[in-house]
Design a protein around this ligand. Structure first.
Ligand SMILES: [Zn+2]
Length: 278
C-alpha cells in the first residue's frame, strides 16, 4: 500500500517538464511561408531562428507559398494572441491575432516574435506545459522569466532546457544548454554631433528612431573639472531642434547625449559654458 502511494507521487513529478505529443514531421525540414506584411519579417525571422538553433535535427525553411507545409498569417482569434495546429498536419498553420497586431507596431515586435516562437513550437509537435518557471511552451509563454537588468534589453534566449528537451525528444540530436542572453530592443542611439557649448548649446542633428531625444543634464562647473556634484536639472529636446538655451545660465557643466524610448543612452559629450561666452 505504502509502495503504491510512493509510485503515484513519483509519477506525479515527471523527470522532464515538456509535453511533446507530436506527431513529428518527417525529414529534417519544415517548409513555411507567410502572408503577413513586411514589417512582420523581423519577428518571424527571430521566431524561426529560435527553433533552428535549438540543436534538434529539424529546421524551418522559408519557401514560396505553393510549396509551404505551414502558412503563417492573420486570424480572428478572440482574445488569444496566436493559434497554431499541433505537429504534422496537412494545412498546418500559425495565426496571429489580426485585431491585436494589424498593423504591427514597432514596439510590439519582440512580443510578437515570442508569440510566433511559441506557435511554431506547437507546429513542431509540442503542447503546453504547466510551469511556473521560464518556459516558451507554458501559457502564456515566458511569463516567469527573470527580468532583464535594463529596460532597453530583452531576454532573447526563449528556449528553456525543457523546451529543448521536448523538441529533441521528437527530432533527435543533442540537448543544447540554453544560456541566458540579453539583446537590445533597439540599436544604441547615435549621439548628437559637433556639440558646441556657448551662450546656448548647439549640435548637428543625426537621424534617430522615433522616441529618441537629446537629453541635457546640467551640473555645477566643478563636475567638468573631475569633481562630483549632483545634477542640477535635466532638459529633453528633439534631436532636429539642434539647439538648447539654459533657462538659468551660470557657471555650469553640461552633459549632452541622446536617449532612446527605452531609456538607453548614447555616448555623452561634456562641456562648460560660462555666462557671456558666445
Ligand atoms: Zn499555445
Amino acid at each position: 500500500m505504502f509502495l503504491v502511494v510512493l509510485l503515484a507521487l513519483v509519477g506525479a513529478t515527471p523527470a522532464h517538464a515538456y509535453n511533446a505529443p507530436g506527431p513529428r514531421w518527417p525529414g529534417d525540414t519544415i517548409r513555411y511561408a507567410d502572408t503577413l506584411p513586411k514589417n512582420w519579417n523581423w519577428s518571424i525571422e527571430a521566431a524561426v531562428r529560435t527553433w533552428n538553433r535549438s540543436g534538434a535535427d529539424i529546421r524551418f525553411r522559408k519557401v514560396p507559398r505553393s510549396r509551404a507545409q505551414v502558412v503563417i498569417g492573420y486570424g480572428n482569434l478572440g482574445s488569444a494572441a496566436g493559434l497554431a495546429t499541433i505537429g504534422r498536419h496537412s494545412g498546418a498553420s500559425v495565426r496571429v491575432n489580426s485585431l491585436l497586431y494589424r498593423p504591427l507596431r514597432e514596439r510590439d515586435r519582440v512580443f510578437a516574435a515570442q508569440v510566433l516562437a511559441h506557435e511554431l513550437g506547437h507546429v513542431l509537435g509540442l503542447h503546453h506545459v504547466r510551469s511556473d518557471n521560464c518556459r516558451l511552451m507554458s501559457t502564456p509563454p515566458l511569463t516567469y522569466c527573470p527580468k532583464p537588468p535594463e529596460p532597453w534589453l530583452y531576454d532573447c534566449q526563449w528556449l528553456s532546457k525543457d523546451d529543448i528537451r521536448g523538441v529533441v525528444h521528437l527530432y533527435g540530436r543533442k540537448d543544447r544548454k540554453p544560456v541566458r542572453q540579453y539583446c537590445l530592443r533597439e540599436p544604441r542611439p547615435p549621439a548628437p554631433e559637433d556639440v558646441v557649448f556657448g551662450s546656448r548649446i548647439t549640435w548637428r542633428p543625426v537621424p534617430v528612431l522615433s522616441g529618441t531625444r537629446v537629453v541635457i543634464t546640467t551640473y555645477d562647473a566643478a563636475r567638468c573639472a573631475g569633481g562630483t556634484s549632483p545634477a542640477l536639472s535635466t532638459a529633453e529636446v528633439r534631436m532636429q531642434r539642434g539647439r538648447w538655451t539654459d533657462p538659468s545660465p551660470g557657471a555650469h557643466c553640461y552633459e549632452v547625449r541622446s536617449v532612446n524610448r527605452y531609456g538607453m543612452p548614447s555616448a555623452s559629450t561634456w562641456g562648460v559654458a560660462t555666462p557671456g561666452q558666445s
